[in-house]
Design a protein around this ligand. Structure first.
Ligand code: GTP
Ligand code: ZN
Length: 205
């Protein structure tokens, strides 16, 4: 079943006035959003981010993860550049949903790490699928991205679907005492690249 474009509107934010594009993924019933800024359909690589929903980090100021800080840093970077896209993907909790993420946090409060908690609940460590990104990027005319991420799986998923990842821009922000183990586990078990290996990094720590 297709991912269909539904409507677009202005979205003023403290960083810039974005255009918000709403999509319905008819296979899952999930409603995804893209924020865009500037001319993004001209063929030149677009500064972009695939941001997976994290209600706790994005909206409720959680310090268990780095999501809220990454969201803000990505929007600020796009605003500075005057051009870019942020795909806000409704795959909460690496695809297990909000209530299961709270179950996973409960296990982590008891000593499990983020991967062990998912597995104890019967889920894979990361259940996300990025297939919905292709029709959304096609709708927007984006063929090539400078992708803000530390996650090599996102680069591979986009490349496999024919989107050019012209550059990976590391996004290292939001480190605090509460998410130290979480970030270390992402690096050791989920292959995230946490070093300072790049000059064009978006880094606000
Ligand atoms: N299941 C589960 N999901 C989590 C946990 N902490 C954060 N998440 C979810 O993980 C997703 C964000 O994934 P991250 O691994 O932080 O980052 P990423 O998107 O893979 O990679 P970056 O592009 O580098 O940010 C969001 O959907 C969060 O809701 C957790 O402990 N357990
Ligand atoms: Zn988060």
């Amino acid at each position: 079943m297709p991912v269909v474009f539904v409507a677009a509107s202005k979205l003023p934010t403290p960083f810039a006035q974005f255009t918000m594009h709403g999509f319905l993924d008819e296979s899952t019933g999930r409603e995804h959003v893209v924020l865009s800024l500037g001319e993004i359909a001209d063929g030149a690589p677009v500064l972009g981010r695939l941001h997976s929903e994290c209600l706790t980090g994005d909206a409720l100021f959680s310090q268990r993860c780095d999501c809220g800080s990454q969201l803000e840093a990505a929007l600020q970077a796009i605003a500075r550049e005057g051009r870019g896209v942020l795909l806000y993907l409704r795959q909460e909790g690496r695809g297990i949903g909000l209530l299961n993420k709270i179950r996973a946090y409960e296990l982590q409060d008891g000593g499990a790490d983020t991967v062990e908690a998912n597995e104890r609940l019967g889920f894979a460590a990361d259940q996300r699928d990025y297939a919905m990104c292709l029709p959304m990027l096609e709708h927007l005319g984006v063929k090539s991205l400078r992708l803000m991420t530390n996650n090599p799986r996102k680069v591979k998923a986009l490349t496999d679907m024919g989107i050019v990842v012209a550059e990976r821009v590391p996004l290292h922000t939001g480190h605090n005492p509460h998410n130290k183990l979480y970030l270390a586990t992402k690096a050791s078990k989920l292959d995230h690249m946490m070093g300072n290996e790049h000059q064009g990094e978006v880094d606000r720590a």
